[in-house]
Ligand binder design. Structure first.
Ligand SMILES: Nc1ncnc2c1ncn2[C@@H]1O[C@H](COP(=O)(O)OP(=O)(O)O)[C@@H](O)[C@H]1O
Ligand SMILES: [Mg+2]
Length: 366
């Protein structure tokens, strides 16, 4: 199991300087509104991606009186022992991020994600059902990234081809032979992305259905993968057929950048019908299913951050979710206002660490 054993946080929102020894897999952070609970989750996210989990803006993440934010962690990796990892981000956009893994400075944040795969369930959770396709692609690609070694480079290549093709389409006088080169490249990478995504989706769905049945008594929810172009034509044919229209609208309409997942409940869009609590449980089942798939296929676990677990859920469903998380065997960080909302949600012999967060300070009881 991947375990964060120690966290040192400085300058992340209202956490000016805190140090957390972590002894348990289940960690509950509780405290009043504005105490700093979500900020702890943000700090852990920083350690996994050098970014905030709420949007791309960096400035709000850094304490208003400080020039940078830092998170340092000791991660216990199975078979590799303790790995120190540190990330520092600066307010001044001219100063690049400092990322260190095992004492070495690394340039790409993807090295962080490989060490510390994270799953976040927060107030943005509902976007997975009701938000734009980009959110669902990101969800799917998280999974493929962690199980298919080649995926990241193919994804980057597809992005590059798409950018080049769109830039040619935008710039008036077109050189058709150059466009054809990028189209052909995009077809190659796009078809590969589709094979990876489709295969991942087919493996994920049965685990998702099994997981959801533990959380919610619901019949008629279906999940479909859309690859970004017609299912009965090759990408090559679709791009050829769309060429004139692509020139008119000056961008590539169909392709892997349009892939999506469709959630239907009976014959309607699931987000329009399901209650907020039901939607939250569907998203939890999806994210837990990804964790199971990762551990089944790679023998690796991820870390779960669940902001305000009790909200939208009744007692029975809170308990069902906690039991599922416990069985998953991953390290979990959960926040709530009142820790009594999660009392009796865990097995009696499960060690649970409690942290009281108050005005940016944290007291632990283990
Ligand atoms: N950049 C910042 N600098 C200083 N304080 C901040 C910054 N951003 C947010 N805060 C404050 O940090 C506090 C903690 O926020 P948060 O972690 O979201 O609280 P909660 O415990 O409710 O999850 C809030 O009171 C907020 O006003
Ligand atoms: Mg919060």
């Amino acid at each position: 199991m991947v375990l964060i054993r120690r966290l040192e946080i400085a300058g992340v929102r209202n956490l000016t300087s805190v140090s957390l020894p972590l002894l348990s897999t289940i960690n509950i952070l509780y405290g009043d509104n504005g105490a700093g609970k979500t900020s702890v989750l943000e700090a852990i996210h920083l350690l996994s991606s050098a970014k905030s989990f709420r949007g791309h803006k960096l400035k709000p993440l850094i304490n208003s009186d400080m020039d940078s934010c830092v998170c340092f962690g000791e991660i216990d990796l199975p078979g590799q022992g303790f790995q120190p990892v540190g990330v520092e981000r600066f307010k001044a956009s001219s100063v690049p991020a400092v990322i260190k893994v095992a004492g070495q400075t690394v340039r790409s944040a993807s090295a962080l994600a490989e060490n510390l795969p994270l799953q976040v369930i927060c107030s943005d959770t509902f976007k997975l059902l009701e938000g734009s396709p980009a959110v669902r692609r990101q969800f799917m690609d998280w999974g493929v990234f962690h199980v298919e070694h080649q995926f990241h480079s193919i994804w980057k290549n597809a992005q590059r081809c798409l950018k080049q093709r769109n830039s040619l389409l935008r710039h008036g006088r077109l050189d058709d032979s150059e466009l054809a080169v990028w189209t052909q490249e995009l077809v190659g990478f796009g078809e590969q992305l589709d094979v990876f995504r489709k295969s991942y989706f087919d493996r994920l769905v049965p685990i998702f259905e099994e997981t959801l049945s533990r959380l919610l008594d619901i019949d008629g929810l279906s999940l479909k993968y859309y690859r970004g172009w017609d299912s009965d034509r090759s990408l090559c044919d679709v791009l050829a057929a769309n060429l004139n229209r692509d020139k008119e609208v000056t961008h590539t309409q169909a392709g892997p950048h349009r892939a999506d997942l469709k959630f239907r409940y009976r014959s309607a869009n699931a987000a329009d019908i399901l209650s907020r609590g039901q939607q939250k449980l569907v998203v939890c089942a999806l994210r837990v299913a990804q964790g199971y798939l990762l551990s089944q296929e790679k023998g690796r676990s991820c870390v779960y951050l669940i902001d305000d677990l009790p909200s939208e859920l009744d007692r029975g469903h809170r308990k069902a979710l906690c039991m599922l998380l416990e069985e998953l065997g991953c390290q979990v960080f959960v926040t709530c206002v009142d820790h009594r909302d999660l009392a009796e949600c865990w097995s009696v012999d499960m060690p649970v660490s409690m942290f009281h967060v108050e005005h940016g300070n944290i007291d632990g009881s283990f």
